[in-house]
Each structure stands twice: as C-alpha cells, then as structure tokens.
Design a protein around this ligand. Structure first.
Ligand SMILES: [Zn+2]
Length: 192
C-alpha cells in the first residue's frame, strides 16, 4: 500500500474506534499529539523498507534505512507482525514516558492507543495486497485476504488509487456525517 493510503486508513481506523468506545475527555494537545501518533503508527511498519518516504526525508536516511531493514529481517517481516506491533508499542510506551515531562498535559494512554490503532490499520491494509502479512511471526506464513493471491491488490496500482482510497475517504465522510453532533459537542468540551 502507498503511504497516503496508510495515512488515510490510520485516521479512518481511529475514527471508527472513537465511534464505538466512550472516548475520555482530553486536552487539545492530547488530541493533536494523538493524531500525529496515529499517522506515525500508520506508516511505522514500512520502516523495514529502505526506500520508504520516512527514510527518504532524513539526511542519511538511505543508510539508516538499510540498517533498520537488516535488523527487522527485511520488508514485510517483523514490523508487519503482531510481535512487531507489541515491540513497537512497548518502545512507544517507553518513549512517551520519557518525553512526558516536556508535555505534561498530554494523556500518554490516549496517544499510545492512537499509535497502536494506526499500526494495526497498516497490517490490515497490507493483508489485502498480493504480498500478504506475516501476522503470526515467528510462524513464517504470510496471510492474505482473499486467500487467492491473484484476487488481491497490487500496491500503487489502479485498484488502490481508484477503489481503496476513495472507499476510505467515503468511510471518513460517512463517519463524520453520522457522528457530527457528537463530534461538535466533543470538540466544544476539549479541556485546556
Ligand atoms: Zn507495509
């Protein structure tokens, strides 16, 4: 999947979860940092790809990307599994605890969940691509939906751009539309 599809999928997953759980009141900074964490989570698994946009935007990114790629076992390996999600989630928890003194008004728990939801959405989206996802590593089997590889989509091809992306966008619009009064009330009550 392309990075922008993953970005949109991450926010869609976050919005969908927010409609079914009772979201606690939070500060505006928590909301903004949570959205950022969600987007980072949405593309985090692809740091196992030296050519990922994330690495391309860093000065020595191509070298770092290759090192991380080796460490994570290559593309669509550790970072594309539940084990990888647990590892990244753990590291994110440590990082959030470490930087908490800098952002005392930010609710780390909410930010952490937003990150994890973003990361899980990435795995779900990659599952419908031809390569599949090794969800249950160390069991080295790549799962795909539908099981027949030929019916799955190819990253960056027309189906992703003309069907998947618009469907995600439509889902977001629908979610906002059907929950509009709740969203307005919620934003109105954001804490300082
Ligand atoms: Zn991926």
């Amino acid at each position: 999947m392309l990075a922008r599809t993953h970005d949109l999928a991450a926010i869609t997953a976050l919005a969908a979860v927010a409609t079914v759980v009772s979201v606690p009141e939070m500060t505006l900074s928590t909301l903004l940092i949570a959205l950022l964490a969600n987007q980072i989570g949405g593309i985090a698994p692809d740091i196992d790809q030296p050519t990922a946009p994330f690495w391309r935007n860093l000065p020595v990114g191509h070298i770092l990307g290759k090192v991380v790629d080796r460490f994570l076992g290559g593309h669509r390996f550790l970072s594309h599994s539940l084990l990888g999600v647990a590892l990244f989630a753990f590291l994110t928890k440590l990082l959030l605890a470490f930087i908490h003194p800098l952002m005392p008004k930010v609710d780390n728990q909410i930010v952490w969940w937003a990150f994890v939801i973003g990361m899980l959405s990435h795995l779900v989206m990659d599952t419908i691509t031809k390569e599949g996802v090794p969800w249950l590593l160390p069991i080295p089997f790549k799962f795909g939906v539908p099981p027949t590889k030929a019916l799955r989509i190819t990253t960056g091809h027309v189906v992703e751009k003309a069907v998947i992306f618009p469907v995600l966008l439509a889902t977001d619009i629908w979610l906002v539309h059907t929950n509009y009064p709740a969203i307005l009330a919620y934003v109105h009550h954001l804490q300082r």
